[in-house]
Design a protein around this ligand. Structure first.
Ligand SMILES: Cc1cc2nc3c(=O)[nH]c(=O)nc-3n(C[C@H](O)[C@H](O)[C@H](O)COP(=O)(O)O)c2cc1C
Length: 358
């Protein structure tokens, strides 16, 4: 029985990698077009003079971009993780491994995760497990990759659509609180592309979580990925389920608790990243964008994508007249269209962002 479960899980991991790169993106607006960053035609800063350094869960990092959780557990994961680790090392990016359940239940698969530490011994690495994991599993995941941060993920929409999915756990928050109290590294809680809003962030902050990665809609769409693994199409209306990433960031920043906010879910370029940082995020994660380049254009394509991403951030910062990310929380944004309407619906007065820093 255990062997059969492992086989299912390994196949699922492989299918996720394939389907994520084959038309499983969100097809609806990401809202970034509704946000204008302030242009400073009198800027005295050149892109090369900008400093992208940031901090994630108290750990100082050279740029606010991290490679988010993608894979581990299937044989193909080893090669994906190896190349992502090389990329992470080259650009000094923090990196998360994918869910480590497979490696915990079958030690023979540990190498598909540990390759990340092997190729990036000094890097910032995040362990990854579902928020339903036991304390013992959480400790084992951290130890497996010598992680500096533990990511716990929430994925009810994915589980409900997945043909072999689990039901939600009733003691979820108590479980998260116990893990936060006991593991030796900071814990961040993330979604997988459906979003975390202010009220969930408040509960998570109370549970002792250090940061939330809102991981909203706009990028990888797990309703589509899991839906396409179903034999019927009952799930189709759920393909647009979830909250867009910029809305989640603003909601948590304005209505939420005092908690570190990380933005992922369709944050696919350096300018979208800057917009998330201005809305209140401390750093940004990317999974689907970098994975697509890696699978379709090889390591060279992923390298170019990452270099462009960071360059876009530097140029954007310089064009705002900013040398560092420190005072992005003070820049005034122009917010229009659907995003403006959505903010009002979440009781966020768009004026909050309009005339900051004056
Ligand atoms: C192929 C694939 C596998 C993923 N597996 C995991 C996982 O194991 N654990 C997790 O927390 N998130 C997982 N994610 C979700 C990402 O970490 C991220 O939250 C989500 O894809 C949204 O970001 P994106 O739009 O940049 O892809 C996975 C994403 C992809 C593309």
């Amino acid at each position: 029985m255990i062997k059969r479960m492992n086989k299912f899980r390994i196949n699922r991991k492989r299918e996720h990698l394939i389907l994520a790169c084959q038309g499983s993106r969100c097809s609806f607006t990401t809202l970034y077009d509704d946000i204008l960053l302030p242009h400073d035609s009198l800027t005295t800063i050149n892109p090369d003079e900008t400093d992208l350094s940031a901090a994630i869960c108290g750990i100082e990092v050279k740029s606010p971009l991290y490679i988010n959780a993608i894979t581990g557990g299937a044989l193909v994961s080893e090669s994906v993780n190896r190349q992502l680790a090389m990329l992470a090392k080259e650009f000094s990016l923090p990196m998360a491994v994918g869910s480590q359940f497979a490696g915990i239940s079958n030690p023979q698969l540990k190498f598909t995760y540990q390759v990340v530490r092997k190729y990036n011994p000094q890097g910032v690495i995040m362990a990854n497990l579902p928020a339903t994991a036991t304390l013992k599993q959480a400790r084992a995941a951290v130890e497996m990759v010598e992680a500096q941060i533990l990511q716990l993920y929430l994925n009810p929409a994915q589980e409900f659509i997945m043909p072999e999915g689990d039901r939600v756990a009733k003691r979820l928050l108590a479980n998260v609180a116990e893990i936060c109290r006991t593991v030796s590294v900071p814990v961040l809680v993330k979604e997988v592309g459906f979003g975390i809003g202010a009220s969930q962030a408040a509960s998570l902050a109370q549970a002792g979580v250090r940061a939330v990665d809102v991981s909203g809609t706009g990028g990888t769409n797990f309703a589509r990925i899991e839906g396409r693994r179903n034999s019927s199409r009952w799930w189709t209306p759920l393909a647009s389920w979830g909250l867009p990433t910029p809305l989640c960031v603003a909601d948590v920043a304005v209505n939420g608790p005092n908690i570190e906010i990380l933005a992922s879910g369709g944050v696919d370029d350096g300018i979208s990243a800057l917009k998330c940082l201005c809305l209140g995020a401390a750093a940004v994660g990317n999974a689907g964008g970098v994975l697509w380049r890696l699978r379709n254009q090889g390591l060279a394509g992923a390298r170019k994508y990452t270099a462009n991403y960071l360059r876009q951030m530097q140029v954007g910062l310089a064009l705002m007249g900013k040398r560092s990310l420190d005072d992005l929380g003070q820049v005034s944004l122009v917010i229009t269209g659907r995003f403006k309407e959505l903010l009002k619906q979440r009781a966020v007065n768009p004026k909050y962002y309009w005339r900051r820093g004056y």
